[in-house]
Design a protein around this ligand. Structure first.
Ligand code: ATP
Ligand code: MG
Length: 795
């Protein structure tokens, strides 16, 4: 019988303990914020592994953000004596990416498929609209993007969309054309990652059966925010539905909180919870009511607020921590004053009260609100980090650099082609590009392939551009990621361009940061991070015999086989560059720029879900802003805003500040807003007004030392020395020349059972991470994972 005395289980309350140690079977934990849902989920994984009920390869856990997935992996490695890299823990997108990489042929995708983020998707749609002379007034590209994303979230391909009116008909036509374009270019957007892997599982019975056998335990955090397709995807993995009921050998644990459902606007369905209970015949439903995160006044405020919603499953939270400090509320005359006050308080909190900056969060409803706060923090010399908004991988210069890298990997990526064909400017005008697009369309080929068919001076220039990329591709064969990026920055002309630009210094810094990001990706995180553990059968034994044939000891825990995005049959794997590009596309949400620094955290309320901080500021609590004007007209919208406010309040452990201002400059105009109704919905007994309620005149600086009205120390932060191009001259990371035990070294000729003979161009990584770049005359250059690929050294 599984041990109940494990140290893992210490400190859990009775309900948590019950949830962690549930017998096999489906279960739902429905509980409020801070009650330990995520902790239960993580601890259950550890417990299942420790008690030997499942091997690491038999677990699939879905989290909401990359940050959450990382935290979960980190906590598991701390609890357990083995490497958890091979485990399937990640976001829906991350897991789908893994699945599609491992089975790209079955999914109808090229091995090197690239991921379009929302911005790329929009430019791809704009390109399409132009090509087909779509009236952009009538069909704005942004709305088309939403339409397509919406269809995919519903699991609908163009042929599945009902077309009653001419407008929808046109949109569906464009959806189809967009799909064709993506397929031709070998790219997938976020919605496609999800839909394509769903279809893969749905249509390939053998594959589905394999994964159903493999994943004995499926665990889903933040279940209330899953959409229809995600739920359907989970069902494919969990088992077969017969007469509306799940016939399943795996156990699904879903944890969630209906009061924190805040993604309805993106298709999230709270109804998935009741569907889950019904369709899976859920045997165990557990409620957690003890909150371990927040002090009493904070929790009372959250409880009182959410009481105002009518559509609730109903639950309450209590705490043993005592009342704590009251919630501080402030009315400021202007948004500038509000931000200055926050900065003054933050200084006090750090200097006098001993809080670390990273334990302080400033939350806001809309991204645009961060600018004022950022500038005040900046002027005060307080380091801060913004999550969301303009993220590192989304900055223009970084996207330009990534576009060059993507073209090195895949010349048919037309979105990247369009982005940099004339950037930096090389005299290729809009007309030439249009001609090229027409030529490509007529020939049914990629832009890159069409350049030879364009005549005249324009053709010469276009061919010159493609030749440049071809040269880069050849030159960087067998080179490290750092060397590849540095060479690309030179050859592309990006560095020269930004050096000659007066405002280019910051952008050079960001490009430098890109090299750093790539390097830390390879060396620290290991590009096997999104690893695909080998498929195993019920006994945990690998399905392919290739490992044994490689002399790899298959008795070791499967976790030690970190094989990044590797085709399980041939061992074909992502190059470090491809793996990095995937990472850049999937992790655009994490701000890399100031990683590691102790910084105040700025983010939207949406981005704060699942997180917790000692101190939380919620600014801009005004009618029209929070609740947002777009959501105020209907009850459903207003209730979602209130859930959002509930999420915001419940992020705080010790201290909570709420503020609103009488006037605010937003989107270029000054508005005068009433205080948010949400403030009125909080219990007066838990609040402490820092300004007289509704009294503008009484607002005054709190004290001289922490006063927001004095200008803060300037200039320590953000004054990085301008360095110039020598930043790219740092010595390259030594290339791993040989992998002990494999005998595969640069220059050797090897034989692969499928690709034949080839020459080794480069070897990277060590141990099970080792992979080699090999040129096969008949199959081209490939990266192979040495632990899987059936390679023998010929000479
Ligand atoms: P959210 O709804 O915001 O995602 P949650 O229900 O997932 O919250 P957790 O993040 O798991 O809650 O837990 C909230 C905090 O309470 C964490 O700091 C966690 O470590 C702590 N915690 C949970 N259970 C216990 C316990 N039994 N004893 C002490 N601390 C606990
Ligand atoms: Mg949680």
């Amino acid at each position: 019988p599984p041990s109940q005395n494990s140290p893992l289980l210490q400190g859990l309350n009775a309900e948590q303990l019950a949830a962690v140690t549930l017998p096999a079977g489906h279960a739902l934990v429905l509980a409020g914020a801070g009650s330990g849902k995520t902790r239960v989920l993580t601890t259950r994984i550890a417990w299942l592994l420790q008690t030997g009920q499942v091997s690491p390869g038999g677990i699939l856990a879905v989290t909401f953000t990359n940050k959450a997935a990382k935290e979960m992996s980190a906590r598991l490695s701390a609890m357990l004596p083995y490497n958890v890299r091979g485990m399937w823990i990640g976001t829906f997108h991350g897991l789908c990416n893994r699945l599609l990489r491992a089975h790209h042929v079955a999914a109808g995708l090229p091995a090197t498929f690239q991921i379009l983020d929302t911005q790329d998707q929009l430019s791809a749609i704009k390109r399409l609209c132009k090509q087909y002379n779509v009236d952009e007034e009538r069909f704005p590209p942004k709305q088309l993007g939403w339409f397509i994303a919406g269809c995919k979230e519903e699991g609908m391909r163009p042929r599945d969309v009902p077309t009653q009116d001419p407008d929808t008909k046109k949109k569906v036509e464009l959806y189809q054309l967009y799909e064709d374009q993506c397929q031709r270019e070998g790219v997938v957007d976020f919605g496609e990652l999800m839909l394509r892997s769903f279809e893969l599982l749905r249509d390939d019975a053998a594959l589905r059966a394999h994964y159903q056998r493999r994943f004995r335990f499926i665990l889903v955090d933040e279940f209330q925010d899953t959409n229809k397709l995600q739920y359907a995807w989970l069902k494919q993995l969990a088992g077969e539905v017969v007469n509306g009921h799940m016939q399943s050998t795996s156990s699904v644990l879903a944890v969630g909180d209906d009061d924190q459902s805040i993604y309805a606007f993106r298709g999230a369905r709270v109804g998935n919870m009741s569907d889950f209970v019904r369709e899976f015949d859920v045997q165990h439903q557990i409620k957690l009511e003890q909150n371990y995160r927040s002090y009493g006044h904070i929790l009372d405020s959250a409880n009182a607020l959410i009481e105002h919603n009518s559509q609730r499953l109903g639950k309450n939270l209590r705490t043993d921590q005592g009342a704590g400090e009251p919630v501080r509320v402030l009315e400021a005359p202007t948004d500038l004053d509000e931000a200055s006050w926050m900065v003054g308080e933050i200084k006090d909190l750090v200097r006098n009260d001993g809080y670390s900056r990273q334990e302080i969060a400033v939350l806001y409803r809309s991204n645009a609100q961060s600018r004022v706060i950022e500038s005040k923090l900046f002027n005060a010399g307080i380091p801060y980090r913004v999550y969301g908004g303009m993220r590192f991988f989304e900055r223009a210069e970084v996207k330009h650099a990534l576009a060059y890298l993507r073209l090195i990997e895949n010349p048919h990526d037309d979105t990247s082609f369009m982005r940099v064909v004339n950037f930096p400017a090389r005299g290729i005008g809009a007309r030439s590009v249009e001609t090229l697009q027409e030529t490509a369309r007529a020939a049914g080929c990629s832009l890159s392939d069409a350049v030879t068919a364009v005549g005249g001076a324009a053709g010469t220039k276009l061919q010159g551009f493609v030749a440049k990329i071809d040269v880069l591709r050849e030159e960087t064969q067998g080179k490290t990621l750092r060397q590849t990026i540095e060479r690309m920055l030179e050859v592309s002309g990006l560095v020269d361009f930004y050096l000659s630009d007066k405002e280019g210094q910051d952008r050079i810094e960001n490009l430098k940061e890109l090299v750093n990001a790539a390097e830390s990706f390879v060396t620290q995180e290991g590009f096997g991070k999104d690893a695909v553990a080998l498929p195993v059968d019920e006994t945990g034994a690998p399905l392919t015999q290739s490992l044994a044939s490689q002399g790899v000891d298959t008795a070791r825990p499967l976790l030690d086989l970190p094989l990044g995005g590797t085709d399980v049959e041939t061992g074909e794997t992502l190059s470090p560059l491809q793996a990095f590009l995937v990472h850049a596309a999937l992790e655009a949400g994490d701000n890399q720029a100031q990683a590691g620094q102790d910084a105040v955290q700025l983010m939207t309320v949406h981005a704060s879900k699942g997180l917790e901080f000692d101190v939380v500021f919620i600014g801009g609590l005004e009618e029209g802003l929070f609740p947002h004007e777009n959501a105020m007209s209907d009850r459903g919208g207003l209730e979602e805003e209130r859930r959002l406010m509930y999420v915001a309040i419940t992020r705080a452990r010790k201290r909570l500040y709420l503020s609103h201002s009488q006037s605010r400059m937003l989107h270029g105009r000054t508005t005068f807003n009433l205080p948010s109704r949400f403030i009125d919905e909080l219990p007066e007994a838990s609040l402490k007004w820092l300004s007289a309620k509704g009294g503008f005149g009484s607002f005054a600086p709190k004290n001289a030392a922490g006063s927001a009205w004095q200008s803060g120390a300037r200039g320590q932060f953000g004054t990085y020395a301008a360095k110039g191009p020598e930043i790219f001259a740092s010595p390259p990371v030594p290339v791993q020349k040989a992998v002990p035990g494999h005998g595969i070294v640069k220059g050797k000729t090897v034989f692969h059972t499928k690709f034949g003979e080839g020459k080794v161009l480069a070897v990277e990584g060590t141990g099970d991470d080792a992979r080699a770049q090999i040129n096969f005359p008949r199959h081209g250059t490939k990266w192979l994972a040495l632990a899987i690929a059936k390679l023998t050294v010929v000479d």
